[in-house]
Ligand binder design. Structure first.
Ligand SMILES: *[C@@H]1O[C@H](CO)[C@@H](O)[C@H](O)[C@H]1NC(C)=O
Ligand SMILES: *[C@@H]1O[C@H](CO)[C@@H](O)[C@H](O)[C@H]1NC(C)=O
Ligand SMILES: [Zn+2]
Length: 448
């Protein structure tokens, strides 16, 4: 064994030691069936040091949460007083985390990267560096900013030869640190799009050639590393200046209005003001720079198997909800066709049962009138939650890719006219003039 290898192993061991252990912490599920029970769950973090994996929403919506071993007895007694029916999903959370094997990537050995293991940030980045070196004319890397701890936030651009360059797709991954399947899926998607020209899958090939692709696989690099070295259940960024912030509550859309917390210790702390965080403002700048012809914005999270349609802050179905819902329904059918994985589709309120603000996709849709914005909550539906075993990574990637090929199917003429939908939404006088000119042109051409 080389000294280098020994050193790396030693570091790995040290990391294991530092990392907070969750032995005998239990993941429970409760389903509130009356408002007192729902209040009980909403009050829970005032009584116990509880970690929600699926937050309280509406009645009958499942709530998943982790309770410390020392609180278990008192918690169970209290829950019984309220007549709450509980199921134990994972008796010992640490055991499940330990099964999430993390592999190392060896530079210039592309075959050492796979979707049967999870990878650390540097390994993901090095794999992307090697990939871009192998395909320099079609794949470029860009650093869109630095995190609070000065890690690079990497973006990948892919434009395949023979592309129509008609419009852009931006894919966001890893905004929430503990949702490891998200960066894993985004790396898979990059690999699929990049290799699509050599694929037999004509539908995949068609979408790959139709768009200009932008990926940010790990938007929250500090948080992601923190889940590998310190605390597997970490969700937010790592900002020491004020307090860690939930980046997906920090965007400038109805900031701080609903579904957020101003309590700094909360998992959904939205920050002092919109875009207070380096990661969210870097992402916003990146989207702004690429907002011309931006047609799709896709964000990947876990878990729960939902396709969530804007706007998360409203209970109503706004803008082109109906059209987008039909697209997502088709994608859901494509996903289920692979391994029978079922998805729920709708707004945040329809699916997870609560409204929330400052969400990235909502900001993108509203600000740049991007017609097709989707937030995926990937596998699973609560057997493993964030402790999704490595054997589920590849199946998740395969089915989700099928869903995306359906979702990104180039719009027909009928759909393409909905570009007018963007113009209608624009508040500028200029936008209205352009729309009017287009309309006159349409009449002239039509009756010429
Ligand atoms: C976990 O709980 C089991 C059964 O109650 C007990 O035997 C074991 O010692 C506990 N382990 C730790 C690390 O607390
Ligand atoms: C929840 O907390 C509120 C305010 O502290 C209190 O009025 C209410 O009784 C609590 N409900 C339950 C079910 O614990
Ligand atoms: Zn998330």
């Amino acid at each position: 064994m080389s000294y280098k290898k020994l050193f790396i192993d030693l570091c790995f061991l040290i990391n294991l030691c530092i990392c907070k252990q969750y032995n005998n912490y239990t993941l429970y599920r409760g389903i509130p069936v009356n408002s007192t029970q729902l209040d009980f769950f909403n009050n829970l973090s005032e009584i116990y040091d509880v970690n929600f994996w699926r937050s309280p929403g509406s009645l009958y919506m499942p709530i998943d949460f982790v309770i410390r071993p020392e609180d278990k007895q008192s918690f169970l007694t209290l829950a019984e007083q309220y007549g709450i029916y509980l199921t134990t999903i994972i008796p010992d959370v640490q055991k499940s985390f330990d099964l999430q094997t993390v592999k190392s990537y060896v530079r210039r050995k592309m075959e050492t990267f796979d979707w049967m293991h999870y990878f650390r940030l540097d390994d993901i980045y090095n794999w992307l560096r090697d990939l871009s070196r192998a395909y320099p004319t079609v794949m470029q890397l860009e650093y869109i900013g630095l995190s609070h701890e000065h890690r690079k936030i990497m973006a990948v651009k892919i434009t395949l030869k023979g592309s129509n360059k008609r419009s852009k797709v931006i894919v966001e991954g890893g905004i929430h640190a503990r949702e490891w399947i998200s960066p894993a899926f985004v790396t898979y998607m990059i690999d699929q799009i990049l290799h699509a020209p050599y694929s037999n899958d004509t539908a995949l090939k068609e979408i790959a050639l139709t768009y200009e692709w932008f990926f940010v696989p790990v938007m929250n690099p500090d948080g992601y590393e923190y889940t590998h070295t310190q605390d597997r259940m970490w969700r937010k960024n790592r900002n020491y200046d004020h307090y860690a912030v939930d980046l997906n509550r920090n965007f400038g859309i109805r900031f701080g209005s609903v579904g957020v917390s101003f309590n700094k210790a909360s998992e959904t702390y939205c920050g002092p003001q919109a875009f207070s965080e380096k990661e969210s403002s870097a992402m916003a700048d990146f989207v702004r720079r690429n907002s011309g012809d931006l047609e799709y914005y896709l964000a990947f999270h876990s878990y729960g198997q939902y396709i969530i349609i804007p706007y998360a802050y409203s209970k109503q179905h706004l803008d082109n909800f109906k059209e987008v819902k039909e697209m997502a329904d088709q994608a859901g059918i494509a996903i289920a066709a692979k391994f029978k994985t079922t998805y729920n589709i709708g707004t945040a309120y329809d699916t997870v049962g609560y409204v929330t603000s400052g969400v990235s996709g909502c900001w993108v849709k509203k600000n740049f009138r991007v017609p097709y914005v989707f937030t995926f909550e990937l596998r699973d539906n609560g057997y493993h939650g964030f402790a999704l075993p490595p054997s589920s990574i590849l199946p998740t990637c395969l089915e989700t890719m099928d869903g995306l090929v359906s979702l990104l199917k180039p719009r027909t003429k009928r759909h393409r006219k909905l570009i007018g939908f963007r113009d209608r939404g624009e508040r500028t006088v200029f936008g209205k003039i352009v729309l009017l000119c287009n309309f006159i042109l349409f009449i002239i051409l039509r009756f010429d």
